[in-house]
Design a protein around this ligand. Structure first.
Ligand code: ADP
Ligand code: MG
Length: 231
């Protein structure tokens, strides 16, 4: 059995003030280097689950182990730092700094994560190398991120997640704004990067057609019990 990068046990969560939705995850585990696609219909709790994994929310009970540590035991500040050091996050809306350059955006995680900075001897060169690997044009680093096309912004979001090689990449429906050709190109680039560094990838989608590219495809209803009642 290989090491787990991510392991949830007996987790349950209810959004504060929202009696109508509760999520329970008895057990969910991802091994190092695995790529996993998590499918589920809208409202099934996929983004909630990712927030629990990232530690932006803490379960009411249960354990969330990331890279060997139960993050539910950490303070809010320590969890933020732990996330920056161990998880590269790609959001559905990319969440780029609107006034920052491409370089500012890509290098952002290193500011919060000393451990992730360790492997990056020359940050500007590392950012340039990622841009080039992800097919962004030369000289893009000084450009304002929001001046780029949607497809280019998405690559910047990927570069920001990958910089400093965190062991786990979490992506929440990153291809939903793209057409089929751009989706395939995006996945080629993402997989080329994660496979080169044995990075674990957990990607959420509601599109089962993406499944063939992943080591494992999981349906939300197989790992989680979502209780939806009208409050
Ligand atoms: P999915 O990503 O599968 O579409 P979500 O996790 O976003 O599902 O949503 C599951 C449920 O949690 C929904 O009922 C949604 O309204 C609720 N929810 C999601 N985010 C929040 C939030 N920030 N505050 C309160 N409720 C939320
Ligand atoms: Mg969602």
């Amino acid at each position: 059995m290989s090491d787990a990068v991510l392991e949830l046990s007996d987790v349950s969560y209810r959004w504060p003030g929202r009696a109508g939705f509760a999520l329970a995850v008895p057990h969910f585990r991802i091994a190092k280097g695995e790529s996993v696609l998590l499918l589920g219909e809208s409202g099934s709790g996929k983004s909630t689950l990712l927030s629990l994994i990232c530690g932006t929310i803490v379960p009411d009970r249960g354990k969330v182990n990331i890279a060997g540590r139960n993050i539910t035991m950490l303070s809010g500040g320590a969890r933020d730092k732990y996330r920056a050091e161990h998880i590269g996050v790609i959001f559905q809306q990319f969440n780029l700094l609107p006034f920052g350059s491409v370089a500012d955006n890509i290098l952002l995680p290193l500011r919060f994560a000393p451990a992730r900075r360790k492997g990056v001897h020359d940050p500007a060169a590392a950012a340039a190398a990622l841009c080039s690997a992800l097919g962004l044009p030369d000289g893009v680093l000084g450009t304002k991120a929001t001046a780029l096309s949607v497809g280019q912004q998405q690559r910047v979001a990927v570069a920001r997640a990958l910089i400093g090689q965190p062991p786990l990449i979490i992506a929440d429906e990153p291809t939903s704004a793209l057409d089929a050709t751009s989706q395939a190109a995006f996945l080629d680039l993402l997989f080329a990067q994660t496979e080169a560094h044995e990075t674990t990838l957990l990607m959420v989608s509601h599109d089962p057609r993406l499944g063939a590219r992943f080591d494992r495809v999981i349906n939300m209803e197989d790992i989680a019990h979502a209780e939806r009642t009208v409050a």
